[in-house]
Design a protein around this ligand. Structure first.
Ligand SMILES: [Zn+2]
Length: 66
């Protein structure tokens, strides 16, 4: 009698942004952007990321009055 297989492991976090890589299409990454980031590293650190980085919600410090 074979042993029962363990339950399928949960989706591993994206190695780039640590978010759950739920989209099987881009695994092990969470999105095409993170895949591009990793690809850019392979090409010698020359990042080729389309669009601005995702962390630009905060106002720049220069916006404050002097
Ligand atoms: Zn990611």
């Amino acid at each position: 009698m074979p042993e029962p297989l363990p339950p399928a492991p949960a989706a591993k976090p994206c190695p780039i942004c640590r978010r759950p890589a739920e989209a099987a299409r881009f695994r092990p990454f969470c999105s095409a952007r993170c895949a591009d980031v990793d690809l850019g590293r392979w090409f010698g650190g020359a990042y080729a990321i389309p669009g601005p980085p995702p962390e630009l919600d905060e106002d720049p410090p220069d916006s404050a009055g002097l």
